[in-house]
Design a protein around this ligand. Structure first.
Ligand code: 4AD
Ligand code: MG
Length: 482
């Protein structure tokens, strides 16, 4: 038996007139003669030429779009236009039929909305082949980046009893029977009787556990799924997303920003160097899509130009306070075009404001620092109040064109008294985070870290516009299909 070869390798082959075995799924079958066969190894199909004169009619009928087939034949240089090589079939076996009346993925252009409904099959399209190849490459590059720098990869828990962000957007994890829960004498649900003997949830971030490890290894990162029960039905939010969270001891906010910028550039460069074919395809896809938009809505740069632009420019650094001044004086604010008008220091920035700064004002990635303490998490390091007595924290958010916030991070509050005071102010019980506070009791040290939303990065690199198209099976309000 001859060994199956991948289509990617056959398309690049230089040795011809040899016997090959190839398996894949039929994309199209033309004139009872030409099969476009794809096996997922690349976006390209190989052409299989069938001699219909000596192939039974019964078999020909079963070569339909979506069917899985096994082909043996001779690899030859193609005489026809459009392909360099083809397989002259000597035998064809149907591995799995695909009823053409019922197969939803027809050889025509389907909308992304429709493909989302058949997410179990959309991997079989060129667009999703390209997206998930890029996603894979970026995930691999994340590990390579941190490994090259001597970081330790930590697997932080998925089930936890703490709310790392203090935002209360958690999915409960329980084995309690909702029909018949154990009750306390006051009639409340008794979580002492639950599986873990306490109330637990899916993690919103691995940061707090990451900090524990950083205070021993010096530099660590996590890369895992995180869960947010926020009711955000947007093109940028998922209820289940993957996050990369490095944490570094003896590092301040400057070091943190440098690490984040280096990482983002490394990942983008890795994709450009290793996903040429996929990015070329996605670039063309985007250009085609934009043709249907009015001129003023089209991007100024193509996808590949935009990625290169990011690599070749330093990110703009400015403080929240400086950003507020720019936004306040901006045209859309003056003309009341923002949905949320900026009039006071302390306002939380909405994505319309972030995108104005990045896309209109600076026209490049921006790092915003030193946010008001009131709109940020309890663990962020407290700055000295400014000349007007306003309290800020050593936070940094990185904003990207078309995306808004892609990274959020900070220097951490390493001073025990400051941290516990802040927790008291926010009603965060100290007993629950005793282990977190222990790092501040025993050998506390300045340290910093951030979180990169992996899907937002994939969104940026692929030029897609909806986050639901860059994760295999998206989870969002009222949807957990597949
Ligand atoms: O800004 P966030 O909430 O920060 C944290 O969770 C920190 N614990 C990170 C750290 O300092 N270690 O989230 C970090 C990033 C955001 O910048 C965004 O890219 C992404 O995670 N993100 C989401 N991505 C998709 N869907 C959502 N619902 C997201 N929420 C946050
Ligand atoms: Mg954030």
């Amino acid at each position: 038996m001859i060994k199956r070869e991948k289509i990617k390798e056959l398309l690049a082959a230089t040795a011809f007139n040899r016997e090959v075995s190839v398996m894949g799924w039929v994309r199209t079958f033309r004139n009872n003669q030409f099969i476009a066969l794809n096996d997922g190894s690349c976006m390209g199909n190989i052409q299989v030429v069938v001699n219909f004169n000596n192939t039974p009619e019964e078999l020909l009928k079963r070569i339909t779009t979506g069917a899985a087939i096994s082909v043996k034949g001779t690899l030859i240089e193609s005489l026809g236009k459009g392909q360099r090589v083809e397989v002259k079939a000597s035998s064809i076996e149907i591995l799995g039929d695909s009823d053409p009346e019922r197969y939803p993925l027809q050889p025509k252009k389907h909308s992304l909305e429709f493909l989302r409904e058949i997410a179990h099959l959309r991997f079989r399209t060129n667009t999703f082949n390209a997206i998930f190849k890029v996603r894979h490459a970026l995930a691999f590059a994340v590990h390579q980046f941190y490994n090259e720098r001597g970081f330790v990869y930590m697997h932080t828990p998925i089930i936890t009893a703490s709310d790392a962000e203090g935002a209360g957007e958690m999915f409960r994890v329980t084995t309690i029977d909702p029909e018949n829960p154990p009750r306390t004498t006051e009639g409340k649900i008794d979580y002492n009787e639950d599986f873990f003997g306490r109330s637990t949830n899916l993690t919103v971030s691995g940061q707090l556990e990451g900090e524990l490890a950083a205070m021993a290894f010096g530099q660590i990162y996590t890369f895992g799924p995180t869960f947010r029960a926020e009711n955000s039905n947007t093109t940028r939010h998922l209820a289940e997303f993957w996050m990369i969270e490095p944490e570094v001891a003896f590092a301040d906010l400057e070091d943190n920003m440098k690490l984040a910028e280096d990482m983002l550039k490394y990942l983008i460069r890795y994709a450009l160097d290793n996903c040429g074919e996929e990015l070329e395809f996605l670039n063309t896809r985007l250009l085609e899509e934009e043709k249907s938009k009015p001129q003023h809505e089209r991007s100024e740069l193509s996808l590949i130009d935009k990625l290169n632009f990011c690599l070749n420019n330093d990110f703009e650094h400015l403080t929240y306070t400086e950003a507020i001044a720019i936004l306040k004086a901006s045209k859309p604010n003056q003309k009341k075009q923002f949905k949320y008008l900026i009039d006071e220091w302390g306002a939380d920035l909405q994505s319309e404001h972030e995108r104005y700064l990045v896309e209109k004002h600076f026209k490049k990635p921006v790092i915003l620092t030193d946010y008001p303490a009131d709109i940020k998490s309890f663990y962020m390091r407290q700055n000295e109040p400014d000349d007007q007595g306003r309290k800020t924290v050593a936070a940094m958010d990185i904003l990207f064109p078309g995306i808004g916030e892609i990274v959020g991070g900070s220097q951490r509050e390493e001073r025990l008294d400051r941290l516990t005071q802040r927790m008291r102010d926010l009603n965060i019980p100290e007993e629950e985070l005793w282990w977190f506070l222990d790092t501040r009791r025993f050998g506390s040290a300045p340290h910093s870290g951030f979180g990169l939303g992996f899907e937002r990065l994939v969104l940026f690199v692929t030029g897609m516009t909806n986050i639901r198209d860059v994760i295999a099976f998206p989870r969002f309000p009222r949807n957990a299909e597949f």
